[in-house]
Design a binder for this molecule. Structure first.
Ligand SMILES: NC(=O)c1ccc[n+]([C@@H]2O[C@H](COP(=O)([O-])OP(=O)(O)OC[C@H]3O[C@@H](n4cnc5c(N)ncnc54)[C@H](OP(=O)(O)O)[C@@H]3O)[C@@H](O)[C@H]2O)c1
Length: 283
């Protein structure tokens, strides 16, 4: 397994999304080198500069590959940092997701512009890695870990959605959740011996609030953290805190997230009882 040092490359997908952007900001501030796919590179650059990163930091530590997640060649460039020597990233962080779309349906009021985006992204990252390993077999000795951002509300093991949100999650969000479930299956199936990844960390945040601004969250230390068998059940979590948790526990950890490999980590801030009392204060 690869050990993360600031000299190694971290590959990001979906870094114009709030959680992943916050994670990237912490990653660059800590001196790591990153490569990221972006459909609109100027959007990503503006987001990073607005968070206080210097242009010189972006120039020296960040490579942006313009492209779509359907483009295997662009994904390969991200994973190898455009290098002819095929140095593969030590870690992959993906927060790819579709844009919500409201539709005229009582059963499925919320869908996304691309209902299979998360599964497709995973399949394409796996294919890109396999092509890299085939072209240069020595690269398979140091496979990257992958961390994906999934969702609560898809567990077959234990209910992790508070009572008040269950209709929204289990009925309204069924379409994006089917995609998240398939993504989780694919990352686990392709992890470990013989797989494309050395291991996988699945992050399941509750309803996301706020944006990417690392100054806007409550801080990763305030998060309630659970796992599938014992989920932390709460209503909301700030995007910046999710990104910071991934940075602290995976990117910076030194073991590429190994202590969470195979886990489905639930992240939330407000536990059910606390949320009730917050509502009571307002009412
Ligand atoms: N909303 C919630 O309450 C909630 C709850 C739990 C989990 N989640 C999931 O958590 C993840 C992170 O959410 P977020 O709000 O931080 O980010 P987000 O706004 O959902 O960001 C999605 C990212 O995916 C990228 N993307 C979409 N289609 C792409 C394509 N075809 N090729 C390349 N990139 C593509 C977007 O790039 P562009 O900027 O180019 O569009 C953006 O960077 C998502 O998967 C989301 O579904 C959401």
């Amino acid at each position: 397994m690869s050990i993360a040092t600031t000299q190694q490359q971290i590959a990001f997908f979906g870094a114009t999304g709030g959680c992943t952007n916050a994670c990237l900001v912490h990653t660059l501030n800590a001196g790591f080198h990153a490569t990221t796919l972006a459909r609109t590179p100027s959007k990503l650059t503006s987001m990073l500069l607005a968070q206080g990163l210097a242009q010189s930091t972006l120039d020296s530590q960040l490579t942006i590959v313009k492209g779509d997640i359907s483009d295997i060649s662009a994904i390969k460039s991200v994973l190898t940092n455009n290098s002819a020597t095929f140095q593969v990233a030590s870690q992959i962080i993906s927060g790819i997701g579709g844009a919500p779309k409201i539709q005229k349906s009582l059963r499925r009021p919320v869908t996304v512009d691309n209902p299979e985006i998360c599964a497709t992204a995973t399949k394409n990252i796996v294919q890109a890695l396999q092509e890299i390993y085939e072209a240069q077999p020595s690269t398979a000795q140091h496979k990257p870990s992958i961390t994906v951002i999934s969702s609560t509300g898809i567990s077959d093991v234990k209910e992790d959605v508070p009572f008040g949100f269950r209709t929204l999650y289990h009925v309204g969000l069924a379409t994006p959740h089917k995609d998240k479930k398939e993504m989780e299956r694919l990352v686990l199936e392709n992890s470990g011996a013989g797989g494309a990844f050395c291991g996988a960390v699945i992050v399941r945040p509750s309803l996301l609030t706020g944006d990417q601004s690392v100054k806007g969250g409550k801080g990763w230390g305030k998060l309630k953290v659970g796992r599938e068998e014992e989920p932390a059940v709460g209503y909301t979590v700030h995007r910046a805190d999710v990104g910071e948790w991934i940075f602290e526990k995976v990117v910076k950890a030194g073991d590429c997230g190994e202590s969470f490999f195979g886990q489905k980590v639930t992240l939330t801030t407000l536990e059910f009882d606390l949320f009730q009392s917050e509502i009571a204060k307002i009412a």
